[in-house]
Write a new protein. Structure first.
Length: 293
């Protein structure tokens, strides 16, 4: 079962600080969504409200058409895994799994066992004695094996080493194809996880600056390479993200749509036009800008 998410005019303030600023979006569900933003952009605050960790004070959050806060019919279908888990002293891996079995109606015991073996997690070891990577692997195990209709990973895999992170990405995609559900991933490792996302939401200083299908977002930028004067001609009027030049050859990364006519003329003149990566576009959309005076 998949659940859609509807957020309308959501604003969250902590004293004088606006953490989430009038954010609205709709997720149809049944996809893998990427939530990107710099530190302090409001990602964790937003995800906490989706998981009903706090009440909504201004605006509206609906999961499956219902408000999640203090609504057990919704919260049992939403699983938020954060980077670091907090467990009472003496809590073992087995204790964490037992709790998940009790509170997650769709819990898959056999799948949890397979993930424990895959990550080589000792069942009897206390959580406090696990390495950072093992704690991340434990959170991932709970998140995937919960089979929650809405599964959220908030930077929860950063503790893993690179090979294990890639094992996780492959396992998440494989399991998602077999057990479709709504998955939201926040991450700074954009180049690594971008291939998983079907839609991307980008927050900047609490505001939603982009919500697009990944393929659509990637067409918003281009890298143009060739003779410098021709590159300048084709990219004129577009936002330049970066430039490199070696002798008479220049490569310019731009944000903006190059017309089909301009692309045809550029290619006929021997220019190369390539796509930009998601990380390059993210950096542009969240770049620090001077406030107007």
């Amino acid at each position: 079962m998949t659940l859609g998410i509807d957020v309308r005019n959501l604003t969250v303030r902590f004293g004088d600080v606006v953490a989430v600023d009038d954010v609205s979006f709709t997720l149809s569900g049944g996809k893998i969504y990427g939530l990107l933003g710099r530190n302090g952009s409001g990602k964790t605050t937003l995800l906490s409200l989706l998981a009903a960790f706090a009440p909504v004070r201004q605006g509206k959050v609906l999961v499956g058409g219902a408000e999640p806060f203090e609504n057990s019919a919704v919260t049992e279908k939403v699983c938020l895994i954060r980077e670091r888990s907090i467990a009472p002293d003496g809590t073992t891996v087995k204790d964490i799994l037992n709790d998940a079995r009790v509170f997650r109606p769709a819990w898959d015991e056999k799948y949890a066992d397979r993930l424990l073996d895959m990550f080589q997690l000792p069942r009897k070891k206390t959580v406090s004695r696990l390495s950072r990577g093992q704690q991340s692997a434990l959170g991932i195990t709970v998140g995937l094996a919960s089979r929650a209709s809405v599964t959220i990973f908030d930077e929860s895999y950063l503790g893993l080493d690179a090979p294990t992170r890639y094992d996780f990405y492959d396992e998440l995609l494989r399991d998602y194809m077999e057990q479709p559900r709504t998955i939201i991933m926040s991450s700074h490792l954009i180049e690594e996880v971008g291939r998983l996302f079907e839609e991307v939401l980008i927050l900047d200083r609490g505001r939603l600056v982009s919500h697009e299908e990944t393929d659509t977002l990637l067409t918003a930028g281009a890298a143009v390479t060739g003779p410098a004067h021709l590159v300048d001609e084709v990219t004129q009027g577009l936002t330049v993200l970066s430039q490199q030049q070696l002798g008479g050859t220049k490569s310019t990364a731009v944000y903006g749509k190059i017309s089909e006519d301009a692309q045809a003329r550029a290619r006929s003149a021997g220019l190369e036009i390539g796509s930009l990566g998601l990380q390059d576009l993210f950096v542009h959309l969240t770049r620090e800008r001077e406030e107007p005076t």
